[in-house]
Design a protein around this ligand. Structure first.
Ligand code: SF4
Ligand code: SF4
Length: 273
C-alpha cells in the first residue's frame, strides 16, 4: 500500500514512457546517503555532447512528439562544464517539449551568465531540491530565477524524502507484474545512457556499486532497450517499460522504507543493501 501511495504521489496517473532522464554527470558535490544514483561512490564522469546528440536524435526517431519532456539530472548537473550546451542540445532535438533541470542548488551562485541565458532561451525550468546545506539558498534562488525570467521551482523535501529499496545481492526476490506495478521508479522516468534506455536508475547506475564495493549485480541485454536499433518502435518501448526486467529480482520491496532523513553518506554498502 505504501508503495502505491508513494507511486501515486510521485507520478499521479502518469503513463510510463512519457519522460526521459539524462545524467549530465555521474558524481555530485553533495554526498547524500542512499542516493538512488549512487553518486557518492560514482567516479567523476561527464556526458559527452556527441553521445548526447546521437542519443537524442535516436530518441526522437523512436518517440517523435509523443513524449512530455526531458529531465536533466546527475549527480549534480551543474558540475558539467558545458551544462549550457547540454541544455541547448536537449532543446534542439525536442524543441516543443518540457525541459527540467534538477539541481541541489549549491553551485547556482557560481554559474556563468551563459548558463542562465541557456535556461531562459530554452525555457528550461530549474528545479531545486532543498537539502540541509542548501535550504536557505534554495529559497533565495527561486526569487532570483524569477527575476532573471527563468522558470524555477522547489522539488520534494530533500530533508525527509529519501526512499530506499534495499538491494538483495542474492537476486532471489519474486518478480511478477503486480509487484512491478508497485515500483515507483520502473518506466516512469526512463534513463538514457550510452545508447540504451533503462527503466530505472537502479539498473542504469548499478555499475558504480559494483565497482566501488566489488558486488556482482548482473545487467543483461534484457534489462535495457536498445535505442539505436532502428527496427524497434515506440510501441515496442512502451511494451518493454510495462514489464518487470530480470534485474528486478534484486529489489527487496518487503524492506522498502520511505521518509528517511537526509544525512551525509559514509560510503557504506548498507546505505543501498
Ligand atoms: S544531491 Fe542528489 S545526486 Fe547528489 S548525492 Fe544527493 S541525492 Fe544524489
Ligand atoms: S530494478 Fe525493477 S523493481 Fe528495482 S527499481 Fe528498477 S524497475 Fe523497480
Amino acid at each position: 500500500m505504501i508503495n502505491m501511495i508513494l507511486k501515486n504521489s510521485l507520478h499521479g496517473a502518469e503513463p510510463k514512457g512519457r519522460w526521459f532522464e539524462i545524467s549530465a554527470v555521474e558524481h555530485c558535490n553533495l554526498n547524500c546517503a542512499m542516493c538512488s544514483h549512487f553518486s557518492p561512490i560514482a567516479p567523476k564522469e561527464f556526458i559527452s555532447l556527441e553521445q548526447l546528440a546521437q542519443d537524442l536524435k535516436a530518441l526522437y526517431r523512436l518517440v517523435g512528439d509523443n513524449i512530455d519532456g526531458l529531465k536533466v539530472l546527475g549527480g549534480e548537473p551543474l558540475l558539467h562544464p558545458q551544462i549550457a550546451e547540454v541544455i541547448y542540445i536537449c532543446k534542439k532535438y525536442f524543441p516543443s517539449k518540457q525541459l527540467l533541470l534538477f539541481t541541489n542548488g549549491l553551485l547556482l551562485d557560481k554559474m556563468p551568465i551563459h548558463f542562465f541565458d541557456a535556461c531562459k532561451k530554452c525555457s528550461a525550468k530549474v528545479i531545486i531540491t532543498p537539502y540541509s546545506p542548501s535550504i536557505e539558498l534554495s529559497a533565495k534562488w527561486i526569487l532570483k530565477l524569477f527575476n532573471l525570467g527563468i522558470k524555477g521551482d522547489l522539488s520534494c523535501d530533500g530533508q525527509r524524502e529519501f526512499h530506499k529499496i534495499p538491494l538483495d545481492s542474492t537476486g532471489s526476490q519474486n518478480i511478477n507484474w503486480n509487484w512491478y506495478e508497485k515500483c515507483f521508479l520502473g518506466g516512469y522516468c526512463s534513463l538514457i545512457q550510452n545508447g540504451k534506455i533503462f527503466p530505472c536508475t537502479t539498473v542504469c547506475k548499478i555499475a558504480h556499486l559494483n565497482s566501488y564495493f566489488g558486488t556482482n549485480y548482473k545487467v543483461t541485454s534484457k534489462d535495457y532497450f536498445d535505442l539505436h536499433n532502428s527496427e524497434l518502435t515506440y510501441e515496442d518501448l512502451k511494451e518493454f517499460l510495462k514489464q518487470p526486467i530480470p534485474f528486478c529480482r534484486y529489489c527487496n520491496f518487503n524492506n522498502f522504507s520511505t521518509g528517511n532523513t537526509w544525512r551525509i553518506s559514509k560510503k557504506e554498502l548498507n546505505e543501498w543493501e
